[in-house]
Design a protein around this ligand. Structure first.
Ligand SMILES: C[S@@+](CC[C@H](N)C(=O)[O-])C[C@H]1O[C@@H](n2cnc3c(N)ncnc32)[C@H](O)[C@@H]1O
Length: 314
């Protein structure tokens, strides 16, 4: 029986080309999700993929989908911000490629009971790992109006952040996503209620980023991933909004020597750890709605390529 998987992997072919697993090797998929990119890497020749996800539902679906690969797949529960700890626990030192497909999956967005979406009634939760940490409702209940406005402005880039924060404080507690979305819409001037995107989109994005410390995980991942790559290994990151894309773009610029700190003579203070940075976006007519704002950034670890022992053996 052929099973179908609701989440369509963004730029699947481009990600495989970027990581180039044809010669085998060990790869880390930091955002396993429903396993689409991991499956593509294994089909293309990877010896082993270590798939990290902090969502138990995603890991359960990926386990089913990837069962045919047996011990070539290792599933890891946890956040990719703790990459070093995960690899240490597995006894893995260096790897041939590392990939991250940032943000939420359609599995999470489409499940009303996860609380990520203003399209359905659900709890105001938004935790990717539903077993730990404060939910969005908890954060809303305890934050003051200035903090809420700051989150909505910085992580949602919404110019009505102060009005929205004031309305949320006035209307809390919120236990239902539709009630929260309605309060956000009501806070806006009438002319701002009918834009190209739903008026609650930015605030929901901001809350989700805070609840899951999404940018903190990314900031921790990039240096750890760079250190764990073999010379010649590739780091590929799919971003979906300007905040995360800016972090990756700046990190690549700094680590490839372009914006590196320099001494008094203008010489870089350290040898570039990354090189050959590229980026691409899906074509405008990509049928996958998630692909619309996507950007794939790829960099290569500097140095002479040394294949992993396992890929030499296989
Ligand atoms: C866009 S989906 C990945 C889809 C996957 N590439 C596929 O093709 O099926 C993102 C996944 O990453 C997970 N995720 C997001 N941030 C994470 C983090 N910091 N640590 C671990 N998992 C994370 C989410 O739970 C979600 O399942």
């Amino acid at each position: 029986m052929t099973m179908s998987w609701p989440h369509v992997s963004v730029l699947r072919g481009e990600v495989v080309d970027a990581l180039d697993p044809r010669a085998g090797g060990v790869f880390v998929d930091c955002t396993l999700g429903m396993g689409g990119h991991t499956e593509a890497l294994l089909d293309a020749g990877a010896d082993r993929v270590i798939g990290i996800d902090r969502d138990a539902d995603a890991r359960a679906i990926a386990a089913q989908r990837l069962a045919r690969f047996g011990d070539r797949v290792t599933l890891v529960a946890g956040g990719f911000g703790e990459l070093d700890a995960h690899l240490d626990a597995l006894g893995v030192d260096q790897v041939d490629g590392i990939f991250a497909d940032l943000g939420v999956s359609s599995l999470q967005l489409d499940a009303a009971d996860r609380g990520f979406s203003f399209r359905f009634s659900g709890p105001v939760d938004m935790r990717m790992d539903a077993t730990t940490g404060p939910s969005a409702a908890d954060l809303i209940a305890s934050a003051d109006a200035d903090t809420l406005a700051d989150w909505i402005f910085r992580y949602g880039e919404d110019r009505f952040s102060r009005r929205i924060a004031a309305a949320i404080v006035a209307g809390r507690p919120f236990s239902d996503t539709l009630a929260l979305a309605a309060a956000i819409v009501d806070a806006l001037p009438p002319a701002a209620r009918h834009g190209r995107i739903h008026p609650a989109t930015r605030t929901f994005q901001a809350l989700r980023i805070v609840v899951n410390d999404e940018l903190g995980h990314l900031e921790r991942l990039l240096p750890a991933a760079t250190a764990r790559l073999r010379p010649g290994g590739r780091l590929a990151v799919l971003t979906f909004h300007s905040l995360e894309d800016r972090i990756v773009k700046r990190f690549f610029a700094r680590e490839s020597g372009k914006d590196a700190p320099r001494d008094g003579y203008g010489r870089p203070l350290q040898a570039p750890r990354l090189q050959g940075c590229t980026d691409c976006a899906p074509s405008e007519d990509d049928p996958n709605p998630r692909a619309r704002s996507a950007r794939l950034r790829v960099a290569t670890k500097s140095g002479v390529y040394q294949p992993s022992p396992r890929s030499v053996a296989s």
